[in-house]
Ligand binder design. Sequence first.
Ligand code: SF4
Length: 188
Amino acid sequence: DDKLSLANMEEDVVKSYPICMRNLHEGLRKDHHLKHWGRLQYGLFIKAAGLSLEEALLFWRSEFTKKMDLDKFEKQYAYNVRHSYGKEGKRADYTPYSCMKIITTNQPGPGDFHGCPFKHSDNDILKRRLQNYKIPNDSIKEILDLAKQQHYQIACSRYFEVTHKLPNGVTMINHPNQYFDESKKFLS
Ligand code: SF4
């Protein structure tokens, strides 16, 4: 199945998530919380990746209630999850964010996990992350150089190619959900 579901989520995080969404996922697992822009960036991504409303509620609830009462979660957060699926309030259009939007708006601050790591992480942190993700050293150098030259989406495309064992230059990433969909298609 090419869609995201809770059953295969952890595997997809490793194999098919772009690094921005993996960062949000790992941040959420670590802090059992995400701030406003993180919830939006990640929430709209998992929705567009195919997670149902029921599964999304289960997912957020299971993490957030590790640190807060169920009652507080239901009052303060569940509504927004339903809202983003168009089940509450005015049926606003919640389009998942493109790379351009993530790169150019809502700069992350301390304690935030949203944004694009190729733009917003400092070099050492990005390097350590790529090492943790088992990217070969020569590719890490290439990706860091691209990020330093502000070619964030090319750095991301290169990361996609390396992690999917594709030749250099065959991919152009411009949306996190495009990344996910192409990965799932490629791996299926
Ligand atoms: Fe995410 Fe786009 Fe940045 Fe890649 S280039 S990490 S998909 S925001």
